[in-house]
Design a protein around this ligand. Structure first.
Ligand code: ATP
Ligand code: MN
Length: 476
């Protein structure tokens, strides 16, 4: 076979170099046709669109073409010609075909369209080869690029916080332990307790639930930073919005007050959504239709409209207290919630979505939550009851961002940590930021997969990360 340097299908489809010989390589989506001529739809992942390979059956022989079935991988030289069919610009008349790898139709699981998302999760090693999941993972890439661009353009520094942590002040009870002790026979102290002094790090360690505390250290030096890394939570919540391993983006900004933090969050999300519209339109439009089959739900909103709507509207800013009043009124008017509504209650997803979807019909930033239901590090308001927290609530998703202005006063912070049972001895280094050159500062965490749920229109968080980690599920 003649060696010609490969062209990606995304470029072939836009090329107008008709009459030249090109090389493409990819996986066969379908092969159909007659005794004289076959049409192979070929995809190499560079775009949702396939290139059509036109094959003269006599030239290659029926026997030779037989193993070119759905899922097989082939290497094709051919003449680029203007497409006769509608929609597509260019197609390829094959001159040489090499078969890299076959995919026996008797055993290759992706034979037809219309597999359910549940089935595809069981074959997560192959699902990137479906149109829908290749679209999701291309969008995932573009969103990661958008995030880095947004912060870079605004002078934020990308800061790497550790994945293994020795402090458990944030995620008590929901952390994955990291240890090299033998689980069957761990080293023990004289009292019979497990002797972590003999563990790898000489102390108890876990996978991080958030990079925030270290992010704050960096903000107090570099001014504005963001983290973007994996976080881990052993919460046993089997919901369509929770993963045990997910990616989080956490900006932290010195001198920002809560209002500036809110504006940053709104600008950030809007930048990402605009980026999706500008760079991922083919994939978004494909998913707009495909997800209806994937989730067997015809009654889904229009994805492009969904994104444009958020871009065109200011997020509503509202205190928790005002939010509770709206919810209490809804209850009084006969609306049924599963969980009770009262001042002091942690809002459930149903409450958040009521505010966003039923009441305001618009993203909402809820602020000033009761201090009892928020973390020790949030700045305390003068009322003695609330803290300067902010959650961004989205239609279909509920909470997409959680953040706050941080308590910069050493005494107040330490007192609150004590009250909430946070082991102060483990976070002496965090408290040091307030002892030396403390400053007002704010930040938030965006769950990357929650953003992707919104952008892709997928309905389950397991379907926007390549290899989901959830209770009883760590295959692949
Ligand atoms: P939720 O109430 O939805 O469980 P949270 O309040 O525990 O979320 P935060 O600790 O505020 O979450 O984390 C910041 C952001 O990280 C959230 O706003 C959300 O977007 C995302 N997030 C939190 N937990 C998960 C999870 N288990 N899986 C995926 N994303 C998550
Ligand atoms: Mn939160």
């Amino acid at each position: 076979m003649e060696t010609i340097s490969r062209t990606k299908i995304v470029d072939v489809l836009q090329s107008e170099a008709f009459g030249t010989t090109v090389n493409v390589k990819g996986w066969v989506r379908t092969r159909r046709g007659s005794k004289q001529v076959n049409f192979i739809a070929l995809n190499d992942g560079s775009t949702i669109n396939n290139v059509q390979i036109v094959v003269d059956v006599d030239k290659f022989g029926e026997e030779y073409l037989k193993p070119i079935t759905t899922g097989a991988c082939i290497n094709v030289n051919g003449l680029l010609v203007q497409s006769q069919g509608q929609g597509q610009n260019a197609e390829i008349q094959a001159t040489e075909i090499e078969i890299y790898g076959t995919a026996d139709p008797a055993t290759y699981p992706l034979q037809k369209k219309g597999h359910s998302v549940e089935f595809l999760r069981e074959i997560a090693h192959l699902r990137p080869r479906t149109n829908a999941f290749s679209a999701v993972f291309r969008i995932r890439h573009h969103m990661a690029i958008a995030i880095h661009k947004f912060f870079h353009e605004r002078g934020f520094f990308y800061f790497h916080t550790p994945i293994i942590t020795g402090s458990d002040c944030e995620g008590a009870g929901q952390m994955f332990q990291v240890t090299t002790l033998n689980p069957n026979n761990p080293a023990r102290t004289e009292d019979g307790d497990i002797d972590y002094a003999q563990d790898f790090f000489g102390k108890e360690t876990s996978l991080t639930v958030s990079g925030q505390l270290e992010g704050e250290l960096a903000a107090m030096a570099l001014g504005a930073i963001y983290t973007f890394g994996p976080t881990f939570r052993a919460e046993n919540s089997n919901t369509p919005r929770h993963l045990a391993e997910f990616w989080m983006i956490e900006p932290e900004v010195a001198f920002n007050e809560i209002t500036e933090n809110m504006q940053l969050a709104e600008d950030f999300i809007k930048y990402c959504l605009q980026w999706a519209l500008d760079n991922c339109m083919d994939d978004i439009q494909f998913l707009n239709g495909a997800r209806k089959h994937l989730y067997k739900n015809e009654d889904m909103d229009d994805l492009v409209e969904r994104l444009r709507f958020v871009l065109d509207n200011e997020f509503i800013r509202l205190t928790y207290t005002a939010g509770i009043e709206i919810l209490e009124k809804a209850v009084a008017d006969g609306h049924k919630f599963e969980f009770p509504v009262y001042w002091g209650a942690d809002l459930a997803s149903e409450h958040e979505r009521y505010l966003v979807e039923n009441h305001f019909k618009c993203p909402v930033i809820l602020t000033d939550y009761p201090k009892e239901i928020k973390s020790f590090y949030m700045k305390q308001n003068d009322d003695g009851k609330t803290v300067r927290a902010m959650d961004v609530l989205f239609p279909k998703i509920g909470e997409i961002i959680g953040g706050s202005q941080r308590e910069e006063d050493f005494d107040k912070l330490q007192r609150r940590a004590d009250e909430m049972g946070v082991p102060v001895k483990d976070i002496w280094w965090y408290l040091d930021t307030r002892r030396f050159g403390t400053a007002p500062h704010s930040g938030f965490g965006l769950g990357f997969e929650r953003l992707l749920l919104f952008v892709t229109g997928m309905a389950n968080i397991r379907d926007v990360i390549p290899f989901p980690r959830t209770p009883n599920n760590a295959e692949f």
